[in-house]
Ligand binder design. Sequence first.
Ligand SMILES: Cc1ncc(C[n+]2csc(CCOP(=O)(O)OP(=O)(O)O)c2C)c(N)n1
Ligand SMILES: [Mg+2]
Length: 514
Amino acid sequence: MNGAEAIVDTLVRLGVRMCFANPGTSELHLVEAIAARSDVRTVLGCHENVCSGAADGYARFAGRPAMVLVHLGPGLANALSNIHNAVKAGSPMIVLVGDHPAAHRALDPPLASNIEAIAEGPGCWVRTIASPLQAAQAAADAFVATMAWPHRPAVLVIPNDVAWSDAPPLAVYPDLPAPKPVAASAITAARDALYARGATSGLYLGLDCLEDADARKAADAICAKTGARLLAPTFMRTLPRGEAAVAVERVPYFPRMATQVLGPLTDLILAGIDEPIGFFAYPGLGSYLAPPSVRRWPMGTAAENAAAALQSLADALETGTAARPLVARKTVVPPQGALTSAAIGSVLATYLPANAIVCDDGVSEGFSSWLTMENGPAHRWSFPIGGSIGNGMATAIGAALAEPSTPVITLQGDGSGLYGVQALWTQARENLSCLTIVFANHKYRILELEMMTLRGGNSGASPLFELAEPKIDWVALAAGFGVSATRSTSVAEFQDAFLEHVGKPKPFLIEAVL
Ligand SMILES: Cc1ncc(C[n+]2csc(CCOP(=O)(O)OP(=O)(O)O)c2C)c(N)n1
Ligand SMILES: [Mg+2]
């Protein structure tokens, strides 16, 4: 067994079954080692950011990490935007980066760079394997590091001579990490606050709690018993929504609106999450979204088991069978006429197949669908949590591979889509059930809106926000990557295209002209 085989063998023994790859010459032994395994699926991405975005989506819906194979420092740098999103989302993945042997690297060949520094930027765990004797153990350490709480990508730098030299297999199977328990005093403090002022309190849930069905149920019971409001951050990793979901209020994106929600509260319980802060800073506005008058009750960090703490809190409050009404389905009638993002939301709320996955990279135009679909069929919603746009179609790849029989819908901004458009080719190559809806407003609309605020309500236009000259032809782009597509300008056209192509076992793209 060589070092590359020892690494892959270790990761497979630990349950890794997927590899999103864009390799080069320094990764050829890893390519061979992975190809020899019938129990690992390899998926080629034509840009490394597609690979890391797909691994993020896969981790969100499969609940386990994938390998991401990239080529030295430049390959890792290309993957970094979606690695950043994965760090912020707490998504695990094991990034394998080839490197030159130390003696060759010392001569400064063209592809040499400081790979560890690149990995450290977004906050990844990183290690360069010093010797083939350590290859298997380093892979196990990387797996443990990525699965530690909160999860985050682990980057293994694998010098070529480590990959090609003889190496022993893993000697000792590692203990898998578990989150630390939340301090009992924090749970008691939260209980006392809710007993005293539950009806004017908020229970703010971290990403792990929002994803955990038992934690959502416990939180719901706590709110039913005490009258507290159940709150979620503006962006979540995945959230079950729609019919029969636990009702959760999302803290608005714009700080003044967020403060309107949080300001009236007396107390805010923070379950496995830091207190809410603004996405950006603005002149004259503070960073904290809750005013100082709101008493904060931290109940666990993202490294701690806040889901179990919620259960303990529910027990301490003797919630019993208390429950608020689950989200009810409401019928919406899609309007007729010209296509708008609101109309798209109505079509989705009416016709989305139950339990579909929605990858929202729709920026300003995706928000209408978020609102309308609250009372639509049951579905799961995912966001680019780190705010690094362009992950939508890549995340959809991972989601579709994690759940092959689930329809995956990407809400795609036309500007954002261009950061990762190559994802369409992988969707076509793998025959994935991915339907992409491009909001073709031919601009960076969100930046216009932000600039309008900055200019005190005047026009927010700038040539730097315009994508209209020339217009980007999404139908042609999709065709170029092997994905069939159509252009819709009316609600009727959009609805017909959606109904015909959603949930089919191959990708499709609708350019929704707004
Ligand atoms: C990697 C990265 N680059 C740039 C930005 C800044 N940015 C945020 S939104 C946006 C434009 C999004 O345009 P589009 O997807 O068309 O959505 P719209 O604003 O039209 O709703 C840009 C450039 C970012 N968030 N991330
Ligand atoms: Mg746009």
